[in-house]
Unconditional design. Structure first.
Ligand code: OGA
Ligand code: NI
Length: 365
């Protein structure tokens, strides 16, 4: 398989170029089967309301003086069990830095396609400017472009050639943003450990201590002439530990799947991050916390940008359910140990496929 992942199986088309060509109908490769379309009856839409929206958790007190760990822990635990998603406010990352990071990437995506092409990525590492996920020939495609980079650990950081030269501050701002968001992830790992009755450092230790990884995916969803037929990003769960998303406050697009099958559109709170549990937490917690499927819808009027920071385990250590959470009779381990380097190959080869990967792993414990 390694060989067929050196290059894309066919010519890559930039969704931005398609959108800007002014076509009235999208090419058939972007048309989803009826059951996956945004308005499919099996997946009734839910508009966000006071009754139904992902929990918003304030980390201000905890960050200021370490107080309120109990309250935060309880709220995070409930959000993880009920939604697999939460929003955090007063999270310690400066709003100016969040805006600067988003504007830097907006600046990049506004460059002419020819300049962006200099950073065209390959499925070998995915670093750079991309328009698809997975290397299956003839695969159905999503209505979005992206830029992908490794931020941490230091040894795995994307080399300078993978970073856009324009905007001039893009690398510096993204790196600072990455460092700050990683600190937030480390705090959330402590909260998650405690919430499961584990010692505070358990998650961090199990995922590789100071060698945990962080990658950044800037997502760009151009306007779409037929938004009802396609998706900006197909339903998937995130393979890593935690995802911290900076979403557009004006243009909604992220939808989260409830256990009932309904899709709920997330309304981002100002200056908040949207945080979700990835597959590695489902594995470590032996499914007490589940990674939840989500997807992105697009619209005809406005483009949308989001920044996803993926906090990942160190790549080469086995990740398995925490022994403290298991009992032979009632709670046997649901997943066999697997290193993240191996785990993420699935997504890299096959693209977004709901929760197929972690479901498949379950059969092999
Ligand atoms: C992702 C993701 C959501 C969004 O990049 O994995 O789910 O709103 N993004 O862009
Ligand atoms: Ni995701």
């Amino acid at each position: 398989m390694a060989d067929c992942m050196q290059e894309w199986p066919e010519a890559v088309v930039r969704v931005q170029a398609l959108a800007e060509s002014g076509l009235a109908a999208i090419p058939c490769r972007y048309i989803k089967p009826p059951c996956d379309r945004p308005a499919a009856p099996a997946a009734q839409q839910q508009e966000p309301s006071d009754d139904i929206s992902i929990p918003v958790i304030d980390l201000g007190e905890l960050l200021a003086n370490g107080a309120g760990l109990g309250n935060v822990t309880q709220a995070v635990s409930a959000a993880c069990r009920e939604w697999g998603f939460l929003q955090v406010v007063n999270h310690g990352v400066q709003p100016e830095l969040m805006r600067a990071a988003r504007e830097a990437w907006r600046g990049f995506f506004r460059l002419p396609v020819t300049e962006k092409q200099r950073y065209a990525n390959s499925p070998r590492t995915y670093e750079g400017y991309g328009s698809q996920l997975g290397v299956e020939k003839g695969a159905n495609l999503d209505w979005g472009d992206y830029y992908f980079l490794h931020l941490e650990p230091e040894a795995a950081k994307s080399p300078a050639k993978y970073w856009p030269a324009n905007p001039g501050n893009c690398k510096e701002v993204s790196e600072e943003y990455g460092r700050e968001v990683v600190k937030l992830c480390e705090l959330l790992m402590r909260v998650l450990s405690v919430s499961l009755g584990l010692d505070e450092a358990h998650f961090q230790r199990a995922f590789g201590g100071a060698d945990c990884g962080a990658t950044l995916r800037a997502n760009y969803y151009p306007r779409c002439p037929q938004p009802d037929l396609t998706l900006g990003l197909s339903a998937h769960s995130d393979p890593g530990v935690l995802t911290v998303l900076l979403a557009d406050e004006r243009v909604r697009g992220l939808q989260v799947r409830r256990s009932s099958g309904e899709w709920v559109t997330v309304q981002p709170v100002r200056d908040a991050f949207i945080v979700n549990v990835g597959d590695q937490i489902q594995i470590l917690s032996n499914s007490m916390y589940k990674s939840v499927e989500h997807r992105v819808i697009v619209n005809a009027k406005e483009e949308r940008i989001s920044l996803a920071l993926f906090y990942n385990p160190r790549g080469d250590i086995p990740i398995a359910p925490a022994p403290e959470l298991l009992t032979v009779a009632d709670q046997p381990a649901l997943y066999p140990p697997m290193a993240f380097d191996e785990y993420r190959l699935f997504l890299r080869k096959k693209g977004a496929k709901g929760k197929a990967q972690i479901e498949a792993l379950k059969g092999h414990s």
